[in-house]
Design a protein around this ligand. Structure first.
Ligand SMILES: Nc1ncnc2c1ncn2[C@@H]1O[C@H](COP(=O)(O)OP(=O)(O)OP(=O)(O)O)[C@@H](O)[C@H]1O
Ligand SMILES: [Mg+2]
Length: 280
């Protein structure tokens, strides 16, 4: 069985006119790194909420079909139970931070689940180290920058040791350097066997690490496949999703009758292909 399975799942928020998700079928296996992208309002955040049970447990509405996460139907499981399987880092991290300082924030989740105090301490120290939060220990979350809040929110989520990290545009408030740092960390976590579902627009930064890219439009999944396949399809342009510069160049060359051996996702990959062509 897949770790996450959407089966013909539709959802409409209470009071909304249209469906936020329409007949979504999606399977995610353990160890995958799935990037979800698509225009604003297409349902990406709703999809994330459906994985950790906030939809339909907290956000109520019309629901059809099922989402099964690690064998649990999200209609029947509590958010607390699901949070230990699928940890969600919210699009607006300040809404997620509930305590007065970084240590308390990271300890909050595991303490509430009854994890032993010494194990909580161990996780707090490990995450402070991993996310470079040492200098923020005593700071109130509301005195932090967006990037700092984002890292604290990520640490608090990881403290529950979830099987899947679901990160909803974790770089949207960040400068390019901090964004790259967070995305490198996510890639690293995936290499250490964590399943990742990431909502992200900066495909130039994440495509090289992702195992799959899923395109959404108007509540539907319109493409789902290997990054090199999805990013070269014309659907991206049709719905206004920006593809990496190197991939754009591949497409332009192809239109002029020049087909490179592989589809580059980064400048470095493109450079390697050009080197190879020069050598021949
Ligand atoms: N709490 C809510 N109540 C009612 N409608 C909502 C709620 N949250 C989202 N919606 C609606 O559901 C649809 C999908 O929204 P969602 O937030 O999932 O999109 P998104 O792809 O994450 O957009 P963005 O890129 O702007 O974050 C939109 O039409 C939105 O207005
Ligand atoms: Mg969103």
């Amino acid at each position: 069985m897949s770790l996450i399975e959407f089966a013909d799942f539709s959802f409409k928020y209470l009071g909304a006119d249209s469906l936020a998700l329409r007949k979504v079928d999606l399977k995610i296996e353990e160890g995958e790194y799935v990037v979800i992208t698509g225009p604003s309002g297409c349902g990406k955040t709703t999809l994330c909420r459906a994985i950790n049970g906030l939809v339909p447990q907290f956000h109520r509405g019309y629901i059809a079909g099922n989402v099964i996460v690690d064998g649990k139907n999200t209609r029947e499981s509590s958010v607390a139970e699901l949070a230990q399987i699928a940890g969600l880092v919210f699009q607006q991290p300040e809404n997620q931070l509930v305590t007065l300082n970084v240590e308390r924030e990271i300890a909050f989740g595991p303490e509430n689940l009854g994890v032993a105090p010494e194990e909580v301490r161990r996780r707090v120290e490990e995450l402070i180290d991993m996310l470079d939060l040492d200098h923020l220990r005593d700071k109130h979350p509301h005195e932090m920058s967006g990037g700092e809040q984002q890292r604290v929110a990520m640490a608090a989520t990881l403290a529950l040791k979830p099987k899947v990290l679901v990160a909803d545009e974790p770089t949207s408030n960040l400068d390019p350097k901090s964004a790259e740092a967070i995305l490198n960390l996510i890639a690293e976590l995936n290499k250490r066997d964590m399943t990742v579902v990431l909502v992200e627009h900066r495909l130039d930064l994440v495509s090289k690490d992702a195992s799959r890219v899923v395109l959404m439009d108007k509540g539907r999944l319109i493409a789902d496949g290997a990054p090199r396949d999805v990013l070269t399809s014309d659907l991206c342009q049709e719905i206004g999703v920006g593809i990496p510069k190197a991939t754009q160049l591949y497409k332009r060359l192809k239109k002029r009758g020049i087909t490179l051996d592989t589809v580059p996702l980064t400048g470095a990959e493109l450079a390697a292909i050009v080197q190879e062509v020069k050598r021949r």
